[in-house]
Design a protein around this ligand. Sequence first.
Ligand SMILES: *[C@@H]1O[C@H](CO)[C@@H](O)[C@H](O)[C@H]1NC(C)=O
Ligand SMILES: *[C@@H]1O[C@H](CO)[C@@H](O)[C@H](O)[C@H]1NC(C)=O
Length: 531
Amino acid sequence: MKLSRFRLLLLSCFLIIEQAPQTTRASKILAVYAFPGKSHYMMHTALIRELIANGHQVTMIAAFSLESQKLGSNYTEILIEPVYDFWHDVKLSFGAQHLFELTRMDNYDFLKMLQIIGLKTTEHALKQPKVQALIHAKETEGVFDLLLAEQFYQEAFLALAYKYRIPIVTTSTLGYENHMSQMMGLITPWSFVPHGFLPFTDRMSFFERLKNSFVSMFEDLHRLLIYFPQMDALTQQHFGNVLAEVPKVKDMEHQISVMLLNSHAPLTTARPTVDAMIPVGGMHIYPPKPLPADIKAFLDGATDGAIFFSLGSNVQSKDMPADMVQLFLDVFRSLKQRILWKFEDDMGALPPNVMIKKWMPQADILAHRNVKVFITHGGLFGTQEGVHYAVPLLGIPFYCDQHLNMNKAVLGGYAISLHFQSITKDILRDSLMQLIYNATFKENMKQVSAVFRDRAMDARKSAVYWIEYVIRHKGAPHMHLAGLDLNWFQFYLLDVILFVVATIIFTLLVLWLVVRLLLGSDRNYRKAKRH
Ligand SMILES: *[C@@H]1O[C@H](CO)[C@@H](O)[C@H](O)[C@H]1NC(C)=O
Ligand SMILES: *[C@@H]1O[C@H](CO)[C@@H](O)[C@H](O)[C@H]1NC(C)=O
């Protein structure tokens, strides 16, 4: 009896020891979030907070300070100063006065723009003395366990993984993009997977497929032939005397162990993927916090419902042409609903049912039961919040993935999307009326919301799990697709196709020769017989 209890004790000890490797020890993570995109930091901040909360130590090359997050002594910040004003480059390169003009920018210019701002912001960050110190550090062994980088035109930083000999996890704030196929060893059919910046769905007409293929191919070739050489040069310039051999961007991307994507069904169309691409959309959404007293009172008293209006952090309402501001105010004045408008400047006399503020706790406002409509630019983070709290959307998309997000929302029956330049009082009023009083929008939104929230694992937990997984399994080489090590003609089986075609042609040729020979000798035989 005693013995068996002892055995039980021993056994449970073993069980604990057995399980120990599952819980990753506190790891030292080098994070590079050098791109100064305010909205991108919604995801980065949530992730770093979660890593710190799980006992990890994070050293971060940061475009914006996370000081306000009070992350404690396990967080070390290498702040890039000053913040790089990449919009200045954009306006300069494309002759735009303000971002409202970007609605007129075509996809090719947009892709070029991303690459310009990627190169400029990466160079700015690489030049920082504190970043240089990290690049030239003498000691590299065991300093870090993992490189966490943004999957967004910042590829030179991947060389840090070679310097410190650590695996890479990247995070994509835009979610899936077609050009990720090449880095993950995936074939993404352009026949039904729309490019991230096109307003198409997964059911495209012939001309949409034509355009989709053209834009996707343009991007792939532009990256390969124009963008990569520039990023390679930047990498060479900063890592040339640090690494024995400076890897090419294309090869560094093949070393990404896991990619965390800011997307989740049903907001992304079903598409081919690989085990290493993990959807963690909605990571930035926390349980709602109490609202500031004035906002709470304003919303609580909105007996006919409220409308929340915000164009996000890049496109600012205050830059809107004055006649448009007036148009919105006139329509709002005519409504019974109360309107909360994120407006970054002062405004003269306001209608009594309108409240403006420079900043608002967006997600917490959307969580309020009286909010009936969310007027949004259709950015991914805002769309996710609207969907999470099941608030029908009035979209005014400007650029990038906003058109796609809104188009998907319109097709899903939970949004109405308007083109900024063609908004009139009647269109705006009618759209708001539909969204408020026509129950179909809310019904559809509830269903979409239920799918979006239904997860095997919470988004933040999932992100941390996969980061720890990569550290535990030393880069998780078992997830690396062997296709990444093939030549492009091997990957697409062109060598096999060539071989099969050649064999068929050769066989036919031989058959033809044999037949000719037989016929020929037959003719000769008959000729000989006649003589
Ligand atoms: C820092 O991380 C260590 C483990 O590496 C943990 O024991 C400690 O509590 C953390 N400190 C703070 C302030 O969170
Ligand atoms: C409600 O919206 C749906 C979807 O847009 C539409 O088909 C229907 O006609 C609308 N109903 C009314 C009463 O406007």
